[in-house]
Structure formats: structure tokens, C-alpha cells
Write a protein that binds this ligand. Structure first.
Ligand code: ZN
Ligand code: ZN
Ligand code: FE
Length: 746
């Protein structure tokens, strides 16, 4: 009997062919295995039982990095070869093969790198079929060396032998290299002049001296400095113009991680996973880290080394290192040393570079553990491109939102989500967005028949999508932002029935012209009904309110007390001059340049200002994290009934007035807790009114751990529908948009 099997999923560049070869040889069957642009093709010939066992074994023990989505088997005429062989890649079919994300250094390679007898002893670019770069070095598919940035390196004899030996663990490891034939390191100063000495040793020396070194990683450069040095961290902040936003820290090992943070079991597993994300942890209280690394908050983002170069660097410097993406604010991560020197020459004192080009830039992924669940905050290096098993008849491109942008495309049998593109707004960010669209078009031979975007007319992505649709004559669809948030969760879980979704975020364009962000929707893929929202208040000065929590706080006070605000004594009021207050009162009364909003993000801002924690912020989510930090220090809330629910023609109005009055009146001992627990209580009460609906919690506000834990305590687990592989924030919008378009009736 002879079978032809087509295997799809993540099956290329993950050691699939050699594994199959070994299994086939051991099973005593003949035939061949090959890659084509749609995945893996296997033909096997032998006793039916042997063929069946072979496929079973493959399903049970696929190569560690592979993910099999489907095996389609057909019986074909016998060919009677004498052996099993590995065929070269063919290039002629449509491109549907999933490109694997990059993978952190594996145990076997680490061991070799530490072995003085091994020919790759201390080689900073050691890798194998189970580890190393993937997405970041691929130009097009199939994933074969000539289609990667390794094309320019000619393999030496020893590497070539390993590359062609099906029994070797580097069989067809595309980035295979060694001292003799592969990527080399170099160290230079901030003007690009080569520096003397061993590059790694010298870089480590500079770091110990408090210098800032740009280090080329998998998806781009990090700016690194000694995380225990207050001066080094302050210098980095000053030069980068980044006053407060927390820096991620790379630590040598788990022991260091446990010293700097309280690491629970689930968090330890996440830190050590092959994805190696930055994990947000609770600070341990040690004074080892400079306060400037994550000022004013009780969280710290840690990650473990994930490239051989990182490990070698830590051989020379044991202390924790700030490892922040090298970019100018609002611009994408820099992937090439020329651009680094041009843009960040004034920030970095030295550059640790290498000559393996990064073709596709990719930031670090970020995650946290809430309760017992992993919550992704940013999906990028190690995790994306992400494949979701969602079929589609139509080639649809979803362009995502304006912030934390990602894009998504629908192929015949899968939806592909790009890594984090970032916040748009700058020319460079928009160029990176367009580059990402082009890259994915190339990697999946994808030409959209339809394009989906946000309903917000001011988003760059919306304008881009509409222009594309016009130019190419494509159909275009716009999806309301908060509906898309909810749909993303439904898409992840393949849920079709109507659900109750709490969608809380910073801002989104509402269909009534106001700025939404504290919404409760009853929705399915066809549409939504807004059944609840936060009581509206004014965004004093529009967008400026986003940077200044004091403005949201003042708006709430005006709503409740009007002119009598002046009789109160509050930190918020002290944060303004009398003239400012005069102007803002007029703006509030007349609504001038101050649209109404129902944004939960702004309500968090307002609370932070009312409590005197922060009146101006320099990064998104700052007020929420600072509130959490305060809440963690407070005793349990004494009074939870903080929100009033009122029925109106626009649904349940969630009124913040009782909370604000209680806080302003000094009636609660643990105000931050009181506010957050009251919110969760409100969620539970609304959820109880729709007992037969599943409950989604999404939008960036649900990254607030304290809020999430408070909600999880109150809601029935079997009704909960939470983001699993995707972030709750705008990084998931593209998937929600796609889900909408997939179900749209013409
Ligand atoms: Zn390896
Ligand atoms: Zn070599
Ligand atoms: Fe959003």
C-alpha cells in the first residue's frame, strides 16, 4: 500500500523531515518526504499496519517545535522504491506553510557551547533544528537557507556534512554556522569605529563601568546597561528621553530572578519557556535593582537570556542588565547597526554587532500570570507569527488599530497574526506597518480580496486600508473598536453564540461620536447591542487628557460639584493654577474641545489623580499600575458598593459618582482597593443579569492584575471567556476585525 500525506501546520524549519526520515527508516517503509510551500508532503509505501503506526507515531511524537494542524492522507499507486529518501524543497505550489517564530537557545546547544571539546565552544551563534532564529531571518518561503539572511554565508565542510545528514540534529538547520563559516561578532564605538579586544569581554567591561551598550539580538537591538547602577539607568533615561516607563531587565539565571522578584511556579515556567518572554513580576523588596528601573510601581519585567550571545555576555557580568528595545520613542525597534548609530549614537556608548542580518524586526514578547493563567501583554518574538486554525474562503487583510498594532490575514485553512508592530503615528512606525504587510504578503503569497479596519476615521490604519481598497478595487469593512475587542476573544475560542462582553480600554471611536472605552456589549459576529457603559464625562482638552490624569479627575469633580469644586481641598485641585482651572471650567461648561467619554482608562487616571498619586503620566497604563501599587499596600476594602447602576435608554449606566464622593469625602480607608473591588462588584452584578450568557473580559484595562483577580473571584469560571494566546488589549483587534469580516453577509 502507498499513501500520500499532506501535513500542514508549523512543519517547516522545525526538523520535520529528519524526524520523519528516522521514523520511516525504523518502521522499514520506503518513499520520501519533502517540503513544499504548503507544508510537508510524505509518501510512504509498505504494509498498511506499518504505515498506520508511522502516522500514529508522528502524531504522538512530532518534532518538539512542530505543530501539526492536519494530516490529509490519500492512497496512490505503488512505486516500489528501495529506500526512504528526503526530497529537496519544491517551489511551485501556493504558499501556505506557517513560518515558525524564533526559538531561544536549546539545552543541547547550550551544553555544546559550554563544552571546550566541541568545535562550537563559545560560539555566539550556535543553533540547531530545535532552536535559533526563524521569522526574523526569513525573506520568503519555503524556509530554506537561500531564502534567509544566512544565504550570504557559505557553509564549511563540517557544517555542510551536518546539514545534509538526516540523522544529525542540525539536519537542514538553516542558520547552521560555526567559527569557520558563519556569523561573526564585532564591537564598535558609537561612531562605528571598531574596538580592540574580545568583543564580548570588552562589552561586558563597558557595562560594568556603567556604560550603555547596544546589543544585537534576534529581532533587533537592545540598549543594555547595569540595572543595579542608579547612574547608568538615569543616564539611559535622560539620553533616551524616557522619564518613567519601566525598563525590562535581563537576568543571568533563575537564581537572580528569584532574588529580584517573587516568582511563583507558573511564572518560573513562563520565564524558562522556549518563548522566553519578559514576565511582569512582583518586586521582591530587595534594593539590588536601581529604583530608576521601574520607578513608582511594585512590578518588574524580567527575562532570561535567549540567544547564545546573551549567555556568553553573562559569563563576564553577573549583574542584572536593563534590556530595553533600541528605538526612538514611537518608532519601531532598530535592527541594523547603521540605523542604530544614526538614531541612537547619542544614547549608546558602544555597539555589539554581528553580520547576520535581521530581515524582520521583532520586539520581545511580554506576559504576566494572573491567578493561575498566563496573560499575554505583547505577542512578538518567540510567539508570533501566530497561526490560528480558522478556515476562510476569502483572502482578508485586517489592519488592526492605531496602538499596539498587529495585522492578521486569512488563508484557506488558517489565520495568521503578525508580531506586535507597535504604536503608529510616526512616519517610521507607519513604514514598519507597511513593511509588515508586504512581508506577510510575501511569506504567504497573500493578496487580499478584502480589507478590514477600525471604524475610527482618524486612525492611520483606517486611512491606509481605505486608500488600498480604493486603489485595488477591494471591498472594505470597518468594525467598531470595542466590538472588535470582543470578537477577538470569540475568534480565539471559536464561539458563535451571543456573549456578554465587558470591553474596557483607553479610547475608541463610538458610533455616537463620543469616545467610548467603558462598554458592556451583548454581541456576536453579526453585531452588538450596547447594554451598559460608564456614565459619560468630559475629556477636558481632548487628547491632552490622556497625558494628564488630573484633567479627567477635574471633569468628574465638575460633573458632581460644578462651581462648588472650589470649596474642596484635594490634590487634584492643587495640581492646577487658578487660571488653568478658570479655562477648564469654561471648556467643561460649554463642552469646547472636550468631547464626552465613557473610557475606563480615563476613570483609572481620574482616581489616581484624586488620590494624589499622579497628575501627569508619561506612558500608557501608568496610572493603573500606580493605583495597583497603592492597592497592594492597603488593607482590604471596607466598603465595596461604590458604583450605582441606573437603567436608561442607552442601557445600564455605571455611575462613578458614589465612588468619587466617598473618596473625596475621605470616607474610605483603602481607596485604591475600594475603587477596583467596586468595579469588579459592578461586573459581577451586571453579569448576574444575563445568567445565560458567557462573559468576556477584554480591553487593555483588564491587564490590571488587581482588577482581574477581583473579577475572577466573583465570576463563575464556567461562564468566563478570556483571551488565552492573544493580549486583551489592542494587539488583538486585527483578529476581531477578521472574525467580523469572515462572518459578514454580503
Ligand atoms: Zn539547539
Ligand atoms: Zn561551519
Ligand atoms: Fe482598545
Amino acid at each position: 500500500m502507498r499513501w500520500r500525506c499532506r501535513i500542514t501546520g508549523i512543519v517547516q524549519g522545525v526538523g520535520f523531515r529528519p524526524t520523519l526520515y528516522r521514523y520511516a527508516v525504523e518502521a522499514g517503509v520506503t518513499g520520501f518526504v519533502g517540503n513544499d510551500a504548503e507544508g510537508v508532503i510524505v509518501e510512504i509505501e509498505g504494509e498498511e499496519a506499518a504505515l498506520r503506526r508511522l502516522i500514529e507515531r508522528l502524531r504522538e511524537a512530532p518534532p518538539p517545535l512542530a505543530r501539526i494542524d492536519a494530516i490529509a492522507i490519500e492512497t496512490i499507486p505503488l512505486k516500489g522504491e528501495s529506500a526512504f529518501t528526503i526530497a529537496a524543497s519544491s517551489h511551485d505550489t501556493a504558499k501556505q506553510a506557517a513560518v515558525s517564530p524564533d526559538v531561544s537557545l536549546c539545552e543541547a546547544c547550550l551544553k555544546e557551547m559550554r563544552d571546550p571539546e566541541n568545535r562550537r565552544y563559545r560560539y555566539p551563534f550556535i543553533n540547531c533544528t530545535d532552536c535559533g532564529p526563524r521569522y526574523t531571518i526569513v525573506r520568503t518561503v519555503p524556509y530554506d537557507r537561500p531564502n534567509t539572511s544566512m544565504a550570504k554565508f557559505t557553509m564549511c565542510e563540517a557544517c555542510e556534512a551536518e546539514y545534509h545528514d538526516p540523522m544529525d540534529r542540525r539536519y537542514h538547520a538553516q542558520p547552521i554556522a560555526c567559527f569557520d563559516c558563519g556569523t561573526q561578532l564585532s564591537l564598535m564605538d558609537s561612531e562605528g569605529r571598531a574596538l580592540e579586544g574580545d568583543a564580548i569581554e570588552e562589552a561586558a567591561k563597558l557595562l560594568v563601568e556603567g556604560k550603555i551598550v547596544a546589543v544585537k539580538g534576534l529581532g533587533g537591538f537592545h540598549l543594555m546597561c547595569d540595572a543595579t547602577s542608579e547612574e547608568a539607568v538615569a543616564r539611559l533615561r535622560e539620553r533616551k528621553g524616557r522619564p518613567d516607563k519601566p525598563f525590562a531587565v535581563m537576568v543571568k539565571d533563575m537564581r537572580t530572578a528569584r532574588r529580584l522578584a517573587r516568582v511563583q511556579e507558573r511564572e518560573a515556567a513562563l520565564l524558562q519557556s522556549k518563548e522566553r518572554p519578559i514576565v511582569l513580576l512582583k518586586k521582591s523588596g530587595t534594593t539590588e535593582l536601581a529604583e530608576g528601573v521601574a520607578p513608582g510601581i511594585d512590578r518588574i519585567g524580567l527575562m532570561l537570556p535567549y540567544t547564545p550571545l546573551h549567555y556568553l555576555l553573562f559569563d563576564h557580568i553577573a549583574r542584572p542588565l536593563v534590556a530595553t528595545s533600541a528605538n526612538l520613542s514611537d518608532e519601531p525597534i532598530i535592527k541594523e547597526s547603521g540605523a542604530l548609530i544614526e538614531k541612537l549614537g547619542h544614547v549608546a556608548d558602544a555597539v555589539l554587532d554581528h553580520d547576520r542580518d535581521i530581515l524582520n524586526a521583532c520586539d520581545d514578547s511580554v506576559a504576566q500570570v494572573v491567578g493561575d493563567r498566563v496573560q499575554w501583554i505583547r505577542v512578538a518574538r518567540g510567539v508570533a507569527p501566530m497561526t490560528l486554525p480558522i478556515a476562510s474562503q476569502e483572502a482578508i487583510l485586517a489592519v488592526g488599530a492605531q496602538q499596539k498594532n498587529t495585522i492578521a490575514l486569512s488563508l484557506q485553512d488558517a489565520v495568521i497574526l503578525s508580531p506586535h508592530v507597535g504604536d503608529l503615528g510616526s512616519l517610521e512606525a507607519m513604514a514598519f506597518f507597511e513593511e509588515t504587510v508586504a512581508t506577510f504578503g510575501r511569506l504567504y503569497d497573500f493578496r487580499p480580496q478584502r480589507v478590514v479596519c477600525d471604524l475610527h476615521p482618524g486612525y492611520d490604519t483606517t486611512r491606509w486600508a481605505l486608500a488600498l481598497a480604493k486603489k485595488e478595487g477591494l471591498k472594505s469593512t470597518a468594525v467598531q473598536h470595542h466590538h472588535a475587542h470582543a470578537l477577538a476573544v470569540m475568534a480565539e475560542h471559536g464561539v458563535h453564540e451571543e456573549i456578554l462582553a465587558f470591553v474596557w480600554d483607553g479610547t475608541g471611536y463610538g458610533e455616537d461620536g463620543t469616545v467610548w472605552g467603558g462598554e458592556v456589549l451583548l454581541c456576536d459576529a453579526a453585531g452588538y447591542r450596547r447594554v451598559g457603559h460608564l456614565r459619560p464625562f468630559r475629556l477636558l482638552g481632548g487628547e491632552r487628557a490622556v497625558r494628564e490624569p488630573r484633567r479627567s479627575a477635574l471633569a468628574l469633580l465638575y460633573e458632581i460639584f460644578v462651581e462648588a469644586v472650589e470649596e474642596l481641598s484635594l490634590p487634584t485641585l492643587d495640581a492646577f493654577t487658578p487660571a488653568e482651572k478658570g479655562l477648564l471650567f469654561q471648556a467643561w461648561r460649554k463642552g469646547m474641545g472636550s468631547p464626552l467619554t465613557t473610557s475606563m482608562g480615563r476613570l483609572f487616571d481620574a482616581m489616581a489623580s484624586l488620590l494624589g498619586i499622579v497628575h501627569r503620566v508619561s506612558y500608557e497604563g501608568q496610572s493603573g499600575m500606580m493605583l495597583e501599587t497603592l492597592a497592594a499596600q492597603e488593607k482590604a476594602a471596607q466598603w465595596l458598593d461604590g458604583f450605582a447602576l441606573q437603567e436608561s435608554e442607552t442601557g445600564w449606566v455605571c455611575d462613578w459618582e458614589p465612588v468619587v464622593r466617598a473618596i473625596v469625602g475621605g470616607k474610605v480607608g483603602s481607596p485604591a482597593r475600594f475603587f477596583i473591588e467596586s468595579l469588579a462588584e459592578m461586573v459581577a452584578r451586571l453579569a448576574a443579569r444575563y445568567p445565560d450568557r458567557r462573559i468576556a473580559l477584554c480591553g487593555g484595562v483588564f491587564l490590571n492584575r488587581t482588577l482581574m483577580e477581583a473579577c475572577l473571584r466573583r465570576l463563575p469560571a464556567e461562564r468566563l471567556l478570556l483571551p488565552e494566546r492573544l493580549p486583551p488589549g489592542d494587539g488583538a483587534i486585527a483578529l476581531g476585525q477578521l472574525w467580523y469580516a469572515l462572518h459578514e453577509k454580503d
